[in-house]
Design a protein around this ligand. Structure first.
Ligand SMILES: [Ca+2]
Ligand SMILES: [Ca+2]
Ligand SMILES: [Ca+2]
Ligand SMILES: [Ca+2]
Length: 613
Protein backbone atom coordinates (compact mmCIF):
# COMPACT_ATOMS: atom_id res chain seq x y z
CA UNK A 1 0.00 0.00 0.00
CA UNK A 2 1.41 3.29 -0.96
CA UNK A 3 -0.27 6.46 -0.05
CA UNK A 4 1.93 9.42 0.55
CA UNK A 5 5.42 10.21 -0.48
CA UNK A 6 8.42 11.47 1.35
CA UNK A 7 11.87 12.59 0.43
CA UNK A 8 14.43 9.95 0.93
CA UNK A 9 18.01 9.97 -0.16
CA UNK A 10 18.62 6.50 -1.49
CA UNK A 11 22.19 6.93 -2.53
CA UNK A 12 25.02 8.85 -0.98
CA UNK A 13 27.63 7.63 -3.41
CA UNK A 14 26.39 9.47 -6.45
CA UNK A 15 28.76 12.33 -5.94
CA UNK A 16 32.01 10.82 -6.94
CA UNK A 17 33.40 12.24 -10.13
CA UNK A 18 31.70 14.49 -12.61
CA UNK A 19 32.37 15.08 -16.20
CA UNK A 20 33.58 18.65 -16.56
CA UNK A 21 32.50 20.13 -19.88
CA UNK A 22 34.02 23.23 -21.36
CA UNK A 23 31.24 25.65 -22.23
CA UNK A 24 33.14 28.36 -24.07
CA UNK A 25 35.33 27.80 -27.09
CA UNK A 26 39.04 28.48 -27.46
CA UNK A 27 38.13 31.50 -29.58
CA UNK A 28 36.23 33.08 -26.69
CA UNK A 29 37.43 36.43 -25.48
CA UNK A 30 38.21 36.07 -21.76
CA UNK A 31 34.74 35.02 -20.62
CA UNK A 32 33.81 35.50 -16.97
CA UNK A 33 30.70 36.34 -14.88
CA UNK A 34 28.76 33.30 -15.92
CA UNK A 35 25.05 32.56 -15.91
CA UNK A 36 23.27 29.34 -16.85
CA UNK A 37 19.64 28.31 -17.39
CA UNK A 38 17.70 25.16 -18.30
CA UNK A 39 14.70 25.22 -20.63
CA UNK A 40 11.89 23.68 -18.55
CA UNK A 41 9.92 22.85 -21.68
CA UNK A 42 12.81 20.84 -23.12
CA UNK A 43 15.60 20.39 -20.58
CA UNK A 44 18.03 19.28 -23.26
CA UNK A 45 18.31 22.96 -24.14
CA UNK A 46 20.67 24.88 -21.92
CA UNK A 47 21.69 28.50 -22.19
CA UNK A 48 24.67 30.28 -20.67
CA UNK A 49 26.19 33.71 -20.83
CA UNK A 50 29.50 35.30 -19.96
CA UNK A 51 31.11 38.71 -20.21
CA UNK A 52 31.03 40.69 -22.18
CA UNK A 53 28.61 39.45 -24.82
CA UNK A 54 29.09 35.69 -24.95
CA UNK A 55 26.14 33.41 -25.42
CA UNK A 56 26.51 29.64 -25.19
CA UNK A 57 23.88 27.12 -26.07
CA UNK A 58 23.56 23.37 -25.76
CA UNK A 59 20.85 21.20 -27.25
CA UNK A 60 22.09 17.91 -25.83
CA UNK A 61 21.79 18.38 -22.10
CA UNK A 62 25.09 20.18 -21.68
CA UNK A 63 27.44 17.68 -23.30
CA UNK A 64 28.33 20.02 -26.15
CA UNK A 65 28.08 23.78 -26.54
CA UNK A 66 28.25 26.39 -29.27
CA UNK A 67 29.31 30.01 -28.84
CA UNK A 68 27.70 33.11 -30.32
CA UNK A 69 27.75 36.80 -29.48
CA UNK A 70 24.83 39.01 -28.61
CA UNK A 71 24.26 42.34 -30.25
CA UNK A 72 21.73 45.09 -29.61
CA UNK A 73 21.28 48.70 -30.61
CA UNK A 74 21.59 49.44 -26.88
CA UNK A 75 25.05 47.88 -26.83
CA UNK A 76 25.90 44.71 -24.93
CA UNK A 77 28.06 45.66 -21.99
CA UNK A 78 28.35 42.61 -19.80
CA UNK A 79 26.76 41.32 -16.59
CA UNK A 80 24.91 38.68 -18.58
CA UNK A 81 22.04 36.81 -16.95
CA UNK A 82 20.11 34.10 -18.77
CA UNK A 83 16.68 32.94 -17.63
CA UNK A 84 14.04 30.74 -19.24
CA UNK A 85 10.33 31.28 -18.65
CA UNK A 86 7.54 28.72 -18.42
CA UNK A 87 7.00 28.80 -22.20
CA UNK A 88 10.64 28.14 -22.94
CA UNK A 89 11.30 31.74 -23.99
CA UNK A 90 14.84 32.75 -23.15
CA UNK A 91 15.83 36.12 -21.69
CA UNK A 92 19.34 37.53 -21.78
CA UNK A 93 19.79 40.54 -19.52
CA UNK A 94 22.88 42.72 -19.70
CA UNK A 95 24.24 46.24 -19.29
CA UNK A 96 24.16 48.83 -22.01
CA UNK A 97 26.49 51.14 -23.84
CA UNK A 98 24.45 52.73 -26.59
CA UNK A 99 25.72 55.40 -28.95
CA UNK A 100 25.14 59.07 -28.11
CA UNK A 101 22.84 60.39 -26.68
CA UNK A 102 23.03 57.15 -24.70
CA UNK A 103 26.00 56.52 -22.45
CA UNK A 104 27.83 53.76 -20.59
CA UNK A 105 25.44 51.58 -18.50
CA UNK A 106 22.58 54.03 -18.88
CA UNK A 107 19.93 51.29 -18.73
CA UNK A 108 19.34 47.60 -18.20
CA UNK A 109 18.71 45.70 -21.43
CA UNK A 110 16.79 42.45 -21.72
CA UNK A 111 16.74 40.61 -25.04
CA UNK A 112 14.45 37.72 -25.81
CA UNK A 113 14.75 34.60 -27.89
CA UNK A 114 11.95 32.18 -28.68
CA UNK A 115 14.24 29.60 -30.27
CA UNK A 116 16.71 28.79 -27.50
CA UNK A 117 19.08 31.56 -28.49
CA UNK A 118 19.43 30.97 -32.22
CA UNK A 119 18.08 34.49 -32.81
CA UNK A 120 17.35 37.40 -30.50
CA UNK A 121 15.22 40.49 -30.58
CA UNK A 122 16.91 43.87 -30.13
CA UNK A 123 15.79 43.98 -26.51
CA UNK A 124 14.08 46.52 -24.28
CA UNK A 125 15.84 49.22 -22.28
CA UNK A 126 14.83 49.47 -18.63
CA UNK A 127 15.37 52.15 -15.97
CA UNK A 128 16.96 54.88 -18.09
CA UNK A 129 17.33 57.95 -15.86
CA UNK A 130 20.09 60.20 -17.13
CA UNK A 131 22.78 60.67 -15.90
CA UNK A 132 22.50 57.75 -13.48
CA UNK A 133 24.06 54.32 -14.05
CA UNK A 134 22.08 51.08 -14.04
CA UNK A 135 24.14 48.07 -13.02
CA UNK A 136 24.04 44.32 -12.32
CA UNK A 137 20.55 43.14 -13.06
CA UNK A 138 19.10 39.79 -12.04
CA UNK A 139 15.94 38.32 -13.48
CA UNK A 140 13.19 36.03 -12.19
CA UNK A 141 10.11 34.57 -13.87
CA UNK A 142 6.86 33.57 -12.22
CA UNK A 143 6.62 30.05 -13.62
CA UNK A 144 3.31 28.97 -12.19
CA UNK A 145 1.38 31.16 -9.73
CA UNK A 146 -2.33 31.63 -10.28
CA UNK A 147 -2.26 35.40 -10.34
CA UNK A 148 1.03 36.40 -11.92
CA UNK A 149 2.18 33.45 -13.99
CA UNK A 150 4.44 34.49 -16.82
CA UNK A 151 5.47 37.82 -15.33
CA UNK A 152 9.17 38.59 -15.67
CA UNK A 153 10.87 40.57 -12.93
CA UNK A 154 14.20 42.35 -12.80
CA UNK A 155 16.14 43.93 -9.94
CA UNK A 156 19.38 45.88 -10.14
CA UNK A 157 21.46 48.67 -8.56
CA UNK A 158 21.12 52.27 -9.64
CA UNK A 159 24.14 54.49 -9.05
CA UNK A 160 23.84 58.26 -9.10
CA UNK A 161 27.37 58.03 -10.45
CA UNK A 162 29.13 54.69 -10.60
CA UNK A 163 32.31 54.62 -8.49
CA UNK A 164 31.80 58.11 -7.06
CA UNK A 165 32.94 58.73 -3.49
CA UNK A 166 31.01 62.00 -3.34
CA UNK A 167 28.79 61.67 -0.23
CA UNK A 168 25.95 63.25 -2.17
CA UNK A 169 25.91 60.32 -4.56
CA UNK A 170 24.00 57.24 -3.53
CA UNK A 171 22.90 53.82 -4.77
CA UNK A 172 19.57 52.04 -4.50
CA UNK A 173 17.84 48.82 -5.50
CA UNK A 174 15.48 49.19 -8.43
CA UNK A 175 12.73 46.94 -9.75
CA UNK A 176 10.75 46.60 -12.96
CA UNK A 177 8.45 43.99 -14.37
CA UNK A 178 7.16 42.82 -17.71
CA UNK A 179 3.70 41.35 -18.18
CA UNK A 180 4.18 40.75 -21.91
CA UNK A 181 7.07 38.33 -21.94
CA UNK A 182 9.82 40.91 -21.87
CA UNK A 183 8.70 43.12 -24.74
CA UNK A 184 7.84 46.11 -22.54
CA UNK A 185 8.74 46.93 -18.95
CA UNK A 186 7.19 48.99 -16.19
CA UNK A 187 8.75 52.20 -14.96
CA UNK A 188 11.55 51.38 -12.54
CA UNK A 189 10.72 51.80 -8.86
CA UNK A 190 13.03 51.95 -5.85
CA UNK A 191 12.49 49.16 -3.36
CA UNK A 192 15.41 49.70 -0.94
CA UNK A 193 14.48 51.85 2.06
CA UNK A 194 18.07 52.76 2.89
CA UNK A 195 20.43 53.89 0.15
CA UNK A 196 24.05 52.96 -0.12
CA UNK A 197 27.02 54.89 -1.38
CA UNK A 198 28.32 54.77 -4.95
CA UNK A 199 31.77 53.31 -4.31
CA UNK A 200 30.87 49.76 -5.38
CA UNK A 201 32.00 48.35 -2.04
CA UNK A 202 30.67 47.25 1.39
CA UNK A 203 28.33 50.23 1.80
CA UNK A 204 26.90 50.16 -1.69
CA UNK A 205 23.56 48.33 -2.06
CA UNK A 206 24.10 45.41 -4.43
CA UNK A 207 23.24 41.77 -4.91
CA UNK A 208 19.49 41.98 -5.52
CA UNK A 209 18.65 38.59 -7.01
CA UNK A 210 14.85 38.35 -7.20
CA UNK A 211 12.85 35.16 -6.87
CA UNK A 212 9.17 34.25 -6.92
CA UNK A 213 7.17 32.48 -4.23
CA UNK A 214 4.44 29.84 -4.58
CA UNK A 215 1.68 32.43 -4.75
CA UNK A 216 3.52 34.83 -7.00
CA UNK A 217 5.23 36.75 -4.22
CA UNK A 218 8.35 38.69 -5.16
CA UNK A 219 11.22 38.13 -2.76
CA UNK A 220 14.67 39.70 -2.86
CA UNK A 221 17.53 40.43 -0.52
CA UNK A 222 20.63 42.54 -0.99
CA UNK A 223 23.73 43.65 0.87
CA UNK A 224 24.72 47.13 1.90
CA UNK A 225 25.36 49.40 4.87
CA UNK A 226 22.79 47.57 7.02
CA UNK A 227 24.21 44.15 6.21
CA UNK A 228 21.82 41.74 4.60
CA UNK A 229 18.25 42.99 4.20
CA UNK A 230 15.13 41.53 2.60
CA UNK A 231 12.04 42.93 0.96
CA UNK A 232 8.97 41.49 -0.69
CA UNK A 233 5.93 42.34 -2.76
CA UNK A 234 2.68 40.42 -2.70
CA UNK A 235 0.96 42.31 -5.52
CA UNK A 236 3.09 41.31 -8.45
CA UNK A 237 5.75 43.91 -7.73
CA UNK A 238 3.56 47.01 -7.70
CA UNK A 239 4.26 47.82 -4.06
CA UNK A 240 7.00 46.71 -1.69
CA UNK A 241 7.38 46.63 2.07
CA UNK A 242 9.74 47.84 4.73
CA UNK A 243 13.15 46.27 4.42
CA UNK A 244 13.67 43.46 6.93
CA UNK A 245 17.05 42.89 8.50
CA UNK A 246 18.33 39.36 7.87
CA UNK A 247 21.92 39.13 9.06
CA UNK A 248 25.02 41.19 9.51
CA UNK A 249 27.90 40.60 7.13
CA UNK A 250 31.07 40.93 9.22
CA UNK A 251 33.70 42.57 7.06
CA UNK A 252 31.10 43.55 4.48
CA UNK A 253 30.37 42.05 1.12
CA UNK A 254 33.58 43.33 -0.47
CA UNK A 255 36.73 41.49 0.60
CA UNK A 256 40.02 40.14 -0.65
CA UNK A 257 40.87 36.57 -1.59
CA UNK A 258 44.43 35.97 -2.71
CA UNK A 259 44.76 35.19 -6.39
CA UNK A 260 41.41 36.81 -7.17
CA UNK A 261 41.28 40.21 -8.90
CA UNK A 262 38.38 41.29 -6.70
CA UNK A 263 35.97 39.30 -4.57
CA UNK A 264 32.52 39.79 -3.16
CA UNK A 265 30.07 37.77 -1.11
CA UNK A 266 26.85 39.22 -2.46
CA UNK A 267 23.65 37.34 -1.60
CA UNK A 268 21.43 35.09 -3.69
CA UNK A 269 17.75 34.73 -2.82
CA UNK A 270 15.68 31.69 -3.78
CA UNK A 271 12.26 30.34 -2.85
CA UNK A 272 11.04 26.77 -2.94
CA UNK A 273 7.97 26.57 -5.19
CA UNK A 274 8.15 22.79 -5.53
CA UNK A 275 5.69 20.40 -3.94
CA UNK A 276 8.34 19.38 -1.42
CA UNK A 277 7.75 19.65 2.32
CA UNK A 278 9.75 22.88 2.10
CA UNK A 279 7.51 24.67 -0.39
CA UNK A 280 7.41 28.37 0.42
CA UNK A 281 10.72 28.41 2.27
CA UNK A 282 12.90 31.37 1.31
CA UNK A 283 16.67 30.95 1.31
CA UNK A 284 19.55 33.41 1.16
CA UNK A 285 23.10 32.36 0.42
CA UNK A 286 26.23 34.53 0.57
CA UNK A 287 29.84 34.46 1.73
CA UNK A 288 31.78 36.63 4.15
CA UNK A 289 34.94 36.74 6.24
CA UNK A 290 33.48 36.63 9.75
CA UNK A 291 35.78 33.70 10.47
CA UNK A 292 38.91 35.51 9.32
CA UNK A 293 40.27 37.34 6.31
CA UNK A 294 42.06 34.17 5.24
CA UNK A 295 39.02 32.02 5.86
CA UNK A 296 36.09 33.10 3.74
CA UNK A 297 33.05 30.87 4.34
CA UNK A 298 29.73 30.28 2.62
CA UNK A 299 26.59 31.01 4.61
CA UNK A 300 22.90 30.27 4.39
CA UNK A 301 19.78 31.45 6.16
CA UNK A 302 16.16 30.55 5.66
CA UNK A 303 12.73 31.92 6.41
CA UNK A 304 9.69 29.73 6.81
CA UNK A 305 7.28 32.63 7.34
CA UNK A 306 7.48 34.61 4.14
CA UNK A 307 10.63 36.47 5.08
CA UNK A 308 9.43 38.02 8.32
CA UNK A 309 11.95 36.12 10.45
CA UNK A 310 15.20 34.43 9.56
CA UNK A 311 17.29 31.61 10.91
CA UNK A 312 20.81 32.09 12.23
CA UNK A 313 23.50 31.79 9.55
CA UNK A 314 24.52 28.22 8.80
CA UNK A 315 28.00 27.56 7.42
CA UNK A 316 27.47 25.64 4.19
CA UNK A 317 31.03 24.46 3.56
CA UNK A 318 31.56 21.50 5.88
CA UNK A 319 35.37 21.65 6.17
CA UNK A 320 37.45 22.71 9.16
CA UNK A 321 40.31 23.94 7.05
CA UNK A 322 40.40 27.70 7.69
CA UNK A 323 40.74 28.09 3.94
CA UNK A 324 38.72 30.15 1.49
CA UNK A 325 35.31 29.26 0.13
CA UNK A 326 34.00 32.07 -2.07
CA UNK A 327 31.96 33.18 -5.09
CA UNK A 328 28.91 31.20 -4.04
CA UNK A 329 25.70 30.75 -5.98
CA UNK A 330 22.48 28.93 -5.13
CA UNK A 331 19.59 27.33 -6.96
CA UNK A 332 16.62 25.13 -6.13
CA UNK A 333 15.47 22.25 -8.28
CA UNK A 334 11.83 23.27 -8.33
CA UNK A 335 10.83 19.72 -9.27
CA UNK A 336 12.21 18.33 -6.00
CA UNK A 337 12.91 21.18 -3.59
CA UNK A 338 16.58 20.19 -3.32
CA UNK A 339 18.94 23.13 -2.78
CA UNK A 340 22.28 23.32 -4.59
CA UNK A 341 25.04 25.79 -3.78
CA UNK A 342 28.23 26.10 -5.82
CA UNK A 343 31.43 27.81 -4.66
CA UNK A 344 35.16 27.87 -5.15
CA UNK A 345 36.94 25.92 -2.46
CA UNK A 346 40.53 25.64 -1.24
CA UNK A 347 39.99 23.15 1.59
CA UNK A 348 42.15 20.51 -0.06
CA UNK A 349 44.67 22.68 -1.86
CA UNK A 350 47.70 24.77 -1.04
CA UNK A 351 48.46 28.33 -2.05
CA UNK A 352 45.85 29.78 -4.35
CA UNK A 353 45.00 26.50 -6.03
CA UNK A 354 41.23 26.35 -6.26
CA UNK A 355 38.60 23.62 -6.65
CA UNK A 356 34.88 23.88 -7.26
CA UNK A 357 32.42 22.36 -4.81
CA UNK A 358 28.68 21.93 -4.71
CA UNK A 359 26.70 21.64 -1.49
CA UNK A 360 23.33 19.96 -1.58
CA UNK A 361 20.48 19.99 0.92
CA UNK A 362 17.44 17.75 0.69
CA UNK A 363 15.95 18.80 4.02
CA UNK A 364 15.10 22.42 3.42
CA UNK A 365 18.56 23.71 4.25
CA UNK A 366 18.88 22.10 7.68
CA UNK A 367 22.07 20.36 6.57
CA UNK A 368 24.27 20.36 3.48
CA UNK A 369 26.40 17.66 1.92
CA UNK A 370 29.52 18.97 0.15
CA UNK A 371 31.18 17.37 -2.84
CA UNK A 372 33.84 18.38 -5.27
CA UNK A 373 32.76 18.86 -8.87
CA UNK A 374 35.91 20.16 -10.55
CA UNK A 375 38.05 17.42 -12.01
CA UNK A 376 41.22 19.39 -11.41
CA UNK A 377 42.14 22.52 -9.51
CA UNK A 378 43.43 25.71 -11.09
CA UNK A 379 45.55 28.53 -9.73
CA UNK A 380 44.18 31.97 -10.57
CA UNK A 381 46.13 35.18 -10.83
CA UNK A 382 44.96 38.42 -9.27
CA UNK A 383 46.23 40.29 -12.34
CA UNK A 384 43.38 39.00 -14.50
CA UNK A 385 39.81 40.09 -13.90
CA UNK A 386 37.98 36.96 -12.78
CA UNK A 387 34.42 38.30 -12.74
CA UNK A 388 32.19 38.57 -9.71
CA UNK A 389 30.33 35.31 -9.40
CA UNK A 390 29.59 31.76 -10.43
CA UNK A 391 26.15 30.35 -11.20
CA UNK A 392 24.14 27.15 -11.06
CA UNK A 393 20.88 25.77 -12.45
CA UNK A 394 18.93 22.62 -11.63
CA UNK A 395 15.83 21.03 -13.11
CA UNK A 396 14.37 17.59 -12.74
CA UNK A 397 17.39 16.22 -10.86
CA UNK A 398 19.92 17.49 -13.41
CA UNK A 399 22.27 20.02 -11.88
CA UNK A 400 24.62 22.29 -13.79
CA UNK A 401 27.06 24.45 -11.85
CA UNK A 402 28.97 26.86 -14.07
CA UNK A 403 32.27 28.48 -13.20
CA UNK A 404 35.40 30.08 -14.59
CA UNK A 405 38.84 28.58 -14.54
CA UNK A 406 41.82 30.86 -14.80
CA UNK A 407 44.86 28.94 -16.00
CA UNK A 408 47.82 31.24 -16.49
CA UNK A 409 46.17 34.24 -18.10
CA UNK A 410 43.50 32.25 -19.91
CA UNK A 411 39.92 32.26 -18.71
CA UNK A 412 37.57 29.45 -19.63
CA UNK A 413 34.01 28.52 -18.67
CA UNK A 414 33.06 25.08 -17.40
CA UNK A 415 30.08 23.11 -16.24
CA UNK A 416 29.69 19.72 -14.61
CA UNK A 417 26.83 17.41 -15.47
CA UNK A 418 25.38 16.16 -12.23
CA UNK A 419 22.53 13.70 -12.30
CA UNK A 420 21.13 13.65 -8.80
CA UNK A 421 19.63 10.32 -7.83
CA UNK A 422 17.36 11.94 -5.29
CA UNK A 423 14.10 10.06 -5.42
CA UNK A 424 10.72 10.09 -3.83
CA UNK A 425 9.70 6.86 -2.20
CA UNK A 426 6.25 5.97 -1.02
CA UNK A 427 5.50 5.56 2.65
CA UNK A 428 2.52 3.93 4.26
CA UNK A 429 -0.22 5.48 6.24
CA UNK A 430 0.61 4.90 9.85
CA UNK A 431 -2.87 3.57 10.57
CA UNK A 432 -6.34 3.32 9.12
CA UNK A 433 -9.00 1.91 11.42
CA UNK A 434 -12.75 1.58 11.70
CA UNK A 435 -14.37 1.43 15.13
CA UNK A 436 -17.91 1.48 16.55
CA UNK A 437 -19.16 4.56 18.26
CA UNK A 438 -21.62 4.43 21.15
CA UNK A 439 -24.28 5.89 18.85
CA UNK A 440 -24.10 2.92 16.52
CA UNK A 441 -22.00 4.81 13.96
CA UNK A 442 -18.64 4.02 12.43
CA UNK A 443 -15.57 6.09 13.31
CA UNK A 444 -12.82 5.97 10.69
CA UNK A 445 -9.47 7.28 11.86
CA UNK A 446 -6.05 7.46 10.25
CA UNK A 447 -2.82 9.33 10.51
CA UNK A 448 0.08 10.25 8.25
CA UNK A 449 3.74 10.61 9.09
CA UNK A 450 4.26 13.31 6.49
CA UNK A 451 2.52 14.54 3.42
CA UNK A 452 3.63 15.74 0.06
CA UNK A 453 1.22 17.50 -2.23
CA UNK A 454 -1.78 15.91 -0.52
CA UNK A 455 -5.13 17.36 -1.60
CA UNK A 456 -7.07 15.03 0.61
CA UNK A 457 -8.90 11.76 1.05
CA UNK A 458 -12.05 10.41 -0.51
CA UNK A 459 -13.74 8.10 1.97
CA UNK A 460 -15.19 5.10 0.16
CA UNK A 461 -17.58 2.46 1.48
CA UNK A 462 -18.71 -0.93 0.29
CA UNK A 463 -21.76 -2.72 1.71
CA UNK A 464 -22.00 -6.47 1.42
CA UNK A 465 -21.27 -7.25 -2.23
CA UNK A 466 -21.86 -3.80 -3.71
CA UNK A 467 -19.13 -1.67 -5.30
CA UNK A 468 -17.22 0.99 -3.43
CA UNK A 469 -18.97 4.35 -3.39
CA UNK A 470 -17.54 7.66 -2.21
CA UNK A 471 -19.34 8.86 0.90
CA UNK A 472 -17.23 11.87 1.86
CA UNK A 473 -14.03 13.89 1.46
CA UNK A 474 -11.51 14.95 4.05
CA UNK A 475 -9.07 17.71 3.11
CA UNK A 476 -5.39 16.94 3.37
CA UNK A 477 -2.70 19.18 4.78
CA UNK A 478 -0.94 19.60 1.43
CA UNK A 479 2.67 19.33 2.33
CA UNK A 480 3.88 18.81 5.85
CA UNK A 481 6.53 16.97 7.75
CA UNK A 482 4.34 16.90 10.87
CA UNK A 483 2.28 13.88 11.85
CA UNK A 484 -1.36 14.51 10.92
CA UNK A 485 -4.49 12.94 12.42
CA UNK A 486 -7.78 12.54 10.59
CA UNK A 487 -11.19 11.06 11.28
CA UNK A 488 -14.54 10.68 9.62
CA UNK A 489 -17.86 9.45 11.03
CA UNK A 490 -20.18 7.37 8.91
CA UNK A 491 -23.81 6.64 9.79
CA UNK A 492 -24.92 3.59 7.81
CA UNK A 493 -28.66 2.95 7.79
CA UNK A 494 -28.56 -0.81 7.65
CA UNK A 495 -26.89 -3.48 9.68
CA UNK A 496 -24.32 -5.64 8.04
CA UNK A 497 -20.72 -5.90 6.99
CA UNK A 498 -19.15 -2.69 5.73
CA UNK A 499 -15.78 -2.25 4.06
CA UNK A 500 -14.01 1.13 3.96
CA UNK A 501 -11.00 2.46 2.13
CA UNK A 502 -9.37 5.87 1.47
CA UNK A 503 -8.54 7.25 -1.94
CA UNK A 504 -5.73 9.73 -1.38
CA UNK A 505 -5.58 12.46 -4.03
CA UNK A 506 -2.58 14.59 -4.92
CA UNK A 507 -2.91 18.12 -6.23
CA UNK A 508 -1.48 16.97 -9.52
CA UNK A 509 -4.27 14.44 -9.98
CA UNK A 510 -2.46 11.30 -8.90
CA UNK A 511 -4.21 9.03 -6.44
CA UNK A 512 -3.49 6.05 -4.23
CA UNK A 513 -5.79 3.69 -2.35
CA UNK A 514 -5.33 2.74 1.27
CA UNK A 515 -5.81 -0.74 2.61
CA UNK A 516 -9.41 -1.83 3.26
CA UNK A 517 -10.89 -2.16 6.71
CA UNK A 518 -14.07 -4.06 7.62
CA UNK A 519 -16.58 -3.50 10.35
CA UNK A 520 -19.69 -5.50 11.17
CA UNK A 521 -22.51 -3.22 12.16
CA UNK A 522 -25.19 -4.78 14.35
CA UNK A 523 -27.12 -1.89 15.74
CA UNK A 524 -29.33 -2.72 18.67
CA UNK A 525 -33.05 -2.38 17.87
CA UNK A 526 -34.85 -0.28 20.40
CA UNK A 527 -38.25 -0.73 18.78
CA UNK A 528 -39.57 -4.02 17.43
CA UNK A 529 -42.72 -4.72 15.43
CA UNK A 530 -43.75 -8.27 14.68
CA UNK A 531 -45.94 -9.58 11.91
CA UNK A 532 -49.60 -9.59 12.90
CA UNK A 533 -51.18 -12.90 13.70
CA UNK A 534 -53.14 -14.35 12.13
CA UNK A 535 -52.49 -12.90 8.72
CA UNK A 536 -54.46 -12.86 6.49
CA UNK A 537 -57.35 -12.58 8.92
CA UNK A 538 -61.11 -12.19 9.25
CA UNK A 539 -62.16 -9.42 11.67
CA UNK A 540 -59.57 -10.01 14.39
CA UNK A 541 -55.79 -10.05 14.48
CA UNK A 542 -53.07 -9.43 17.10
CA UNK A 543 -50.28 -6.87 16.84
CA UNK A 544 -47.13 -7.47 18.94
CA UNK A 545 -44.45 -4.90 19.50
CA UNK A 546 -41.71 -4.00 21.98
CA UNK A 547 -40.04 -0.81 23.13
CA UNK A 548 -36.81 -0.40 25.07
CA UNK A 549 -37.45 3.15 26.25
CA UNK A 550 -40.01 4.92 28.30
CA UNK A 551 -41.43 6.89 25.38
CA UNK A 552 -44.67 7.83 23.69
CA UNK A 553 -45.53 5.05 21.28
CA UNK A 554 -48.03 5.24 18.43
CA UNK A 555 -49.40 2.29 16.51
CA UNK A 556 -51.62 3.28 13.61
CA UNK A 557 -53.41 1.61 10.77
CA UNK A 558 -53.42 2.95 7.20
CA UNK A 559 -55.40 1.88 4.18
CA UNK A 560 -53.87 1.05 0.83
CA UNK A 561 -54.03 4.71 -0.19
CA UNK A 562 -52.03 5.72 2.88
CA UNK A 563 -54.96 7.22 4.76
CA UNK A 564 -54.86 6.83 8.52
CA UNK A 565 -57.92 4.83 9.50
CA UNK A 566 -57.29 3.77 13.08
CA UNK A 567 -55.10 4.67 16.06
CA UNK A 568 -54.41 1.54 18.04
CA UNK A 569 -51.91 2.96 20.53
CA UNK A 570 -51.01 6.53 21.48
CA UNK A 571 -49.53 6.60 24.95
CA UNK A 572 -46.34 6.63 26.95
CA UNK A 573 -45.29 3.06 27.55
CA UNK A 574 -42.81 1.52 29.90
CA UNK A 575 -40.11 -0.62 28.30
CA UNK A 576 -41.58 -4.00 27.55
CA UNK A 577 -43.42 -6.25 25.11
CA UNK A 578 -47.00 -5.38 24.21
CA UNK A 579 -49.79 -7.01 22.31
CA UNK A 580 -52.97 -5.38 21.02
CA UNK A 581 -55.85 -7.12 19.36
CA UNK A 582 -57.92 -5.26 16.79
CA UNK A 583 -61.34 -6.18 15.40
CA UNK A 584 -61.88 -4.52 12.05
CA UNK A 585 -65.49 -5.75 11.72
CA UNK A 586 -66.42 -2.98 14.17
CA UNK A 587 -65.49 -0.30 11.63
CA UNK A 588 -67.01 -1.49 8.42
CA UNK A 589 -63.68 -1.22 6.58
CA UNK A 590 -63.43 -2.71 3.11
CA UNK A 591 -61.34 -5.83 2.72
CA UNK A 592 -57.84 -5.64 1.26
CA UNK A 593 -54.35 -4.59 2.17
CA UNK A 594 -53.64 -2.38 5.20
CA UNK A 595 -50.45 -1.08 6.75
CA UNK A 596 -49.68 -0.78 10.42
CA UNK A 597 -47.04 1.59 11.63
CA UNK A 598 -45.27 1.65 14.97
CA UNK A 599 -43.37 4.78 15.91
CA UNK A 600 -41.55 6.12 18.95
CA UNK A 601 -41.25 9.55 17.36
CA UNK A 602 -37.78 8.84 16.05
CA UNK A 603 -37.85 5.38 14.57
CA UNK A 604 -40.80 4.17 12.50
CA UNK A 605 -41.51 0.56 11.54
CA UNK A 606 -44.17 -0.45 9.03
CA UNK A 607 -45.65 -3.82 8.07
CA UNK A 608 -48.61 -4.87 5.98
CA UNK A 609 -51.60 -7.08 6.67
CA UNK A 610 -54.41 -8.61 4.59
CA UNK A 611 -58.01 -8.16 5.76
CA UNK A 612 -60.25 -10.76 4.16
CA UNK A 613 -63.56 -9.62 5.69
CA1 LIG B 1 29.97 42.60 -13.60
CA1 LIG C 1 11.59 48.35 0.77
CA1 LIG D 1 35.00 44.74 3.09
CA1 LIG E 1 36.65 28.83 4.88
Amino acid sequence: MKLLTLFLLLSTTIFSQYLNVRVDSPQSNQPEEVSIAINPVNPNFLAAGANINHFFRSSDGGFSWSTSYLSSSFGVWGDPVVVYDELGYLYYGHLSNPPFPGYWIDRIVIQRSTNNGLTWNDGAGIGFLSPKNQDKEWIAVDMHSNQFKGNVYVCWTEFDSYGSSNPNDSSRIKFSRSTDKGLTWSNAITISDRSGNCIDSDNTVEGAVPCVGPNGENYVSWAGPLGLVFDKSTDGGLTWGNDIFVSNIPGGWDFDVSGIYRCNGLPITACDTSQSPYRGNIYINWSDQRNGTNNTDVFFVKSTDGGNTWSSPLKVNDDNSNRHQFFTWMTIDQTTGAIYIVFYDRRNTTGDATDVYVARSTNGGETFTNFKVSQSSFTPSSNIFFGDYTNIAAFNKKVYPIWMRLDGSTLSVWTAIIHDSLVYVPVELESFRATHTTEGKVLLSWQTASELNNRGFEVQRKFLNSDFVTIGFVEGKGTTTQKQYYNFIDSPSENGLYTYRLKQLDYDGKSNYSNEVEINLQTVSYLVLEQNYPNPFNDRTSLRFATAYNKRITLKLYDILGREVLTVVNEILEPGIYEREINLSKYNFPGGMYFYELSDGKLTLVKKMIYLK
